[in-house]
Design a protein around this ligand. Structure first.
Ligand code: HH2
Length: 256
């Protein structure tokens, strides 16, 4: 099976790799259309950075950023809303989003009420502090237990489509991220479709001897291929076209 590529569209001034590039709605829509043309199955629109150390954004401002962009893109593709705020998720759904990409893993009731899909992401702490001292006794077991419990609650509440995401980089050391990737099959075995986002993340910079965010394509693809080979069904990526090509090889040609 060829994993779906979720293209990243950050309508923010401060995202770690594309902050400020798509704050203007026209530039954001143009980039979203490009991601669709490159083969993204979902465009993930976010109006608040969750990079380590990021400051929270006022919800009205977050809605102001994302709603016009979602309205313009939703007729052309599936749109997800990357948020941790219920009011933003609701406004995004009204604008045409059909998947709530929920880094808080708290918003399943919003998805259930609207009858849309929902992604539960595992994060230890919050973006301001999460990378200070991430600690686990058993990172795979703890992430899996958390996600399965949230997913079960969402299914009970009536969410029609539930995804789980181990939250690479969300309160995780380099070793935690690598362990989660290496043992992703254990999360896949829990039975919910798995989404993974490693694209351009900081641990790849560390592992490549300090490559800046724009120079982490090969490392991003390598981890996307590992995740797909271990059973991930969706890959969140900035560089959509190369990721679509890589996913086709893994899922269709090699057919792992
Ligand atoms: N990572 C980021 C944001 N949202 N959603 C899911 N489901 N999985 C992820 O791994 C994930 C996510 C962080 O990356 P990015 O959006 O590129 O940057 P920022 O948070 O600085 O806007």
């Amino acid at each position: 099976m060829v994993p779906v590529v979720m293209g990243i569209l950050n309508v923010t001034p401060d995202s770690f790799s594309d902050g400020g590039r798509f704050l203007d709605p026209d530039a954001a829509v143009e980039h979203g259309l490009r991601l669709i043309a490159e083969g993204a199955g979902v465009v993930d629109v976010g109006g608040e950075s969750t990079r380590p150390g990021a400051e929270p954004v006022d919800e009205i401002e977050e809605c102001r950023r994302v709603v016009p962009v979602i309205e313009a893109l939703a007729p052309h593709t599936r749109v997800s809303i990357d948020t941790r705020h219920p009011s933003v998720a609701e406004a995004a759904i009204a604008a045409g989003a059909t998947l709530v990409n929920d880094v808080s893993a708290d918003l399943w009731e919003v998805a259930a009420a609207a009858g849309v899909g929902w992604v539960a992401l595992h994060m230890q702490g919050d973006p301001r502090t999460m990378q200070a001292h991430p600690r686990y006794d058993d990172v795979v077991g703890e992430v899996r237990t958390f996600l399965v419990e949230r997913a079960e609650r969402a299914v009970e509440a009536g969410v029609p489509e539930v995804w789980v995401d181990p939250g690479i980089g969300f309160g995780k050391s380099v070793d935690h991220n690598l362990t989660l990737l290496r043992r992703l099959d254990e999360l896949v075995a829990a039975g919910h479709p798995v989404l993974v986002g490693t694209s351009r993340k900081g641990f790849l910079g560390k592992l490549t001897g300090g490559a800046p965010a724009d120079d982490r394509l090969e490392a991003s693809l390598a981890t996307a291929v590992v995740a797909a080979a271990k059973g991930a069904r969706m890959i969140r990526a900035h560089d959509v076209l190369p990721t679509v090509h890589a996913m086709r090889i893994v899922g269709e040609e090699v057919a792992v």
